[in-house]
Design a protein around this ligand. Structure first.
Ligand code: MN
Length: 759
């Protein structure tokens, strides 16, 4: 090998050992042994990246090797993918071209590298249209060759594992994007282990203090959990042993991220997350035909020992999940009175669950097998791509819906099986069957009963779609559709319906301009939009065409070129005030050059905010330099981020806010790291108190707030039903610690069972 002078001999040893590790893992797998091409790819990549180092300081080549290792050892991919992983950054970062790769390694590997190069640089760019375009590319390459996305996923996983050495504002963007798109995609591809790790890593960077908190609590409770598990599993082991099974049983702790999610969504402390762990039993079995029977035998053995939760048995064997997941889940009551979930799987099912789609290849059974759900899903993606959305964010949201959603399974009257996201409606089924059925759907029959088309389905429902020729697609349908395909089809149909109205509006507008001798220019259009209070020209033409906006001849004078717009009137008012303020004091008239100077500074945008620095949230002369987002209402002490909105103002969101997640992923460059100034003012916080009602309790609660703690109570809603009362109160506080203290003190009031902040 060519000697790279920038590499020390110690580094050389590390690099070589890392590569040997990949190769040995490959040699131990079931794949055909194509060592020669892998070694060639390694040498090629090493030479191409020679002299380059990562931000962390380590030689660059260690990154592609690590990606190849993940592809091989954690996804079970073969030589083609290993080569593509080793070469994945060569075209992007060096002078080599896709043609060079093809000449050396053939068309297939070159095609994968090309796909990976196309989707490099992240899904989300700075511009909305570029985002959608990149994302569309990712999905297109995915439907062509799934390996592109799998390698991309390995690339992202390694970048997340080494995220610590990135710049903080990049960490935000990458972690946000990972949580927004890659983790759900991993879930959909059945890469459960990778999905969990991606979520946990994103979580660690997004909520560092919560991460430390939960990690420590998990450590502290370890011994106790271990004891419960031994008590619980001993009799099960005894039974399974007597059945002559070969198996592995282990306790699986919920991931840090999912514990936190549960705490957040249910407003409960760590101690109240009762399903902290699940028990998994993986048994060996050579004959797939016998797996199902063994699963149910184990199920019977366990339910003989423990009480079964009647509603929590999940049979993913008879109906596998869309990502291919198979297992039998049940929940029983453990010895300490807590519910414990038990997952039963064969070794084959376990590998599919851990390695996802790639493991299917390994276990591919004979030809003529029914089409996998994943293939169906990939086709849906292609379908959506054929109907491109005009707005990038709409498109992403629509798609994300289908990535995140958990699923239900319903049947057609012929017994055909349809998998849909949870909360899907009759109308979703109609669109899934055929676009025309969807567009003319008028109602449905669920289990032979007539229901409206927004009826939400449950798993196992039998659904019949009823249509009518006179039915037309409605914009309101958007509100209850759940599937991406239906949404995209409906949007396209609505656009088509609007076209004639928009055209009519255009004609009416042209006549109006002509009648009033107004120029047809973008300046006139802007003024018209302002008059109508709209921001979209198509919408304006549509409303004119539909008669919702009537063009008045009396507007004409204000639409003439040079006529001041409302905005410019406001601006000039502001400008005058500033002039008075600056020059009035000094008592002299401004010189021409000074006048120009003022014009310039007031015309330009507000001062540029430096997104690289940490932004301090503070009051300047009594006015805050930020706005509180009303979706999550953060207060000082909360982990927050700033978002520069279209007006250049900084809006503060809680990091836990779902809206913040979308912003982080989609608008990286407009996100600010923020810190609260020592005293940032007073903020409204919402506290909920629940408990057992008794005479005088309200007086005591108010006593705690007003007398004991001297907190300003702004609103109190209280409701008692039977013995129980709920109180919602809004208090004005400086920061989180005050709310925490308030909750702690409220809990000391006799009868109060729960007191916590609501966000
Ligand atoms: Mn890379």
């Amino acid at each position: 090998m060519q000697v790279d002078p920038t590499i020390t001999s110690e580094e050389d040893r590390i690099i070589d050992a890392a590569f040997r590790d990949v190769l040995n893992g490959y040699l131990a797998s079931n794949h055909r042994k194509k060592v020669e091409i892998i070694e060639r790819a390694y040498k090629f990549a090493r030479e191409a990246h020679a002299g380059v180092r990562r931000r962390s300081g380590e030689p660059y080549i260690l990154h592609p090797i690590a990606v190849a290792k993940i592809a091989q050892q954690e996804m079970g991919l073969g030589s083609t993918s290993i080569c593509a992983a080793l070469l994945h950054d060569v075209v992007e970062d060096t002078d080599y071209t896709v043609e060079d790769i093809e000449r050396h390694f053939g068309a297939k590997i070159a095609q994968l590298v090309e796909g990976l190069t196309k989707i490099s640089g992240g899904i989300f760019g700075d511009k909305a249209s570029a985002q959608a375009e990149n994302f569309r590319k990712l999905l297109l390459t995915m439907s062509e060759d799934i390996r592109v996305v799998l390698i991309k996923m390995a690339d992202r996983l390694h970048n997340m594992r080494t995220l610590g050495s990135m710049a903080p504002n990049k960490q935000y963007k990458i972690a946000g994007e990972t949580l927004y798109i890659y983790a759900p995609l991993a879930h959909r591809l059945g890469l459960f282990a990778i999905k969990t790790e991606l979520e946990d890593l994103s979580f660690k960077y997004e909520h560092p203090s919560a991460w430390v908190d939960i990690t420590e609590k998990i450590k502290k409770t370890e011994a106790k959990r271990q004891a419960i598990y031994s008590d619980f599993s001993a009799p099960i082991r005894e039974k399974l042993d007597s059945m002559g099974l070969e198996y592995e049983a282990k306790a699986r702790l919920k991931s840090c991220y999912s514990i936190w999610r549960k705490m957040e969504t249910k407003h409960i402390p760590f101690e109240e997350v009762y399903d902290l762990y699940a028990v998994r039993i993986v048994f060996e079995c050579d004959d797939p035909a016998k797996e199902k029977q063994i699963c149910w035998n184990i199920y019977a053995a366990i339910t003989d020992l423990y009480r079964l939760h009647p509603e929590r048995t999940r049979d993913w064997i008879s109906t596998p999940k869309a990502n291919g997941y198979q297992a039998l889940h049940l929940t029983v009551m453990g010895p300490d009175g807590n519910w414990i979930e038990v997952q039963i799987r064969s070794r084959r099912m376990d590998e599919i669950a851990e390695k996802g789609f790639a493991a299917h290849w390994k276990y591919k059974i004979g030809e003529g097998e029914e089409e996998s759900e994943l293939t169906v899903w990939l086709r849906t993606i292609k379908d959506i791509l054929d109907n491109p959305e005009p707005s990038a964010i709409d498109f992403l949201d629509t798609l994300k819906l289908n990535l995140f959603a958990s699923e239900i399974v319903v049947f057609t009257p012929k017994g055909e099986l349809i998998t849909l996201p949870t909360d899907s409606t009759v109308l979703d089924v109609a669109f899934t069957l055929h676009t025309e059925l969807g567009l003319h759907c008028i109602a449905g029959k669920v289990n032979h009963k007539l229901v409206p088309l927004n009826y939400r389905l449950s798993s196992g429902d039998q659904v019949e779609v009823l249509t009518s020729h006179t039915q037309k697609p409605q914009a309101e349908w958007m509100d209850f559709l759940k599937t991406a395909k239906a949404k995209s089809r409906l949007r396209a149909a609505l656009r088509r319906e609007r076209q004639p109205v928009i055209a009519r509006g255009q004609v009416m507008l042209a006549e109006y301009l002509k009648r009033n001798k107004l120029p047809s220019s973008s300046a006139t259009n802007a003024k018209l939009l302002e008059r109508a209070g709209l921001d979209n020209f198509d919408e304006l033409r549509y409303r004119i065409g539909a008669g919702e906006v009537v063009l008045e001849d009396s507007w004409a004078s204000s639409l003439l070129p040079g006529a001041p717009t409302e905005k410019s009137i406001l601006k000039s008012l502001l400008r005058n005030t500033i002039k008075v303020a600056t020059f009035g004091k000094a008592g002299k008239t401004p010189s021409e050059s000074e006048k120009k100077e003022v014009e310039k500074t007031t015309e330009t945008e507000r001062p540029k905010i430096n997104t690289k620095e940490v932004y301090t949230l503070r009051y300047e002369d009594g006015t805050p330099n930020f706005k509180i987002a009303d979706c999550c209402c953060p207060i000082p002490g909360d982990e927050v981020l700033g978002f520069i909105d279209d007006n250049g103002e900084v809006v503060v969101h809680a990091l836990t806010c779902p809206r913040a997640l979308v912003l982080k992923a989609g608008y990286g460059p407009r996100i600010l790291s923020t810190r609260w100034a020592v005293s940032s003012g007073k903020f409204l916080a919402h506290v909920r108190v629940e408990g057992i009602d008794r005479h005088g309790i309200l007086r005591e609660i108010i006593g705690v707030i007003s007398t004991q703690l001297d907190i300003d109570l702004r609103r109190l809603d209280i409701e008692a039903t039977g013995e129980i009362f709920h109180a919602d109160m809004w208090v004005r506080v400086e920061e989180v610690s005050v709310v925490n203290m308030l909750c702690a003190n409220l809990l000391t009031v006799d009868g109060v069972e729960r007191a916590s902040r609501i966000q």
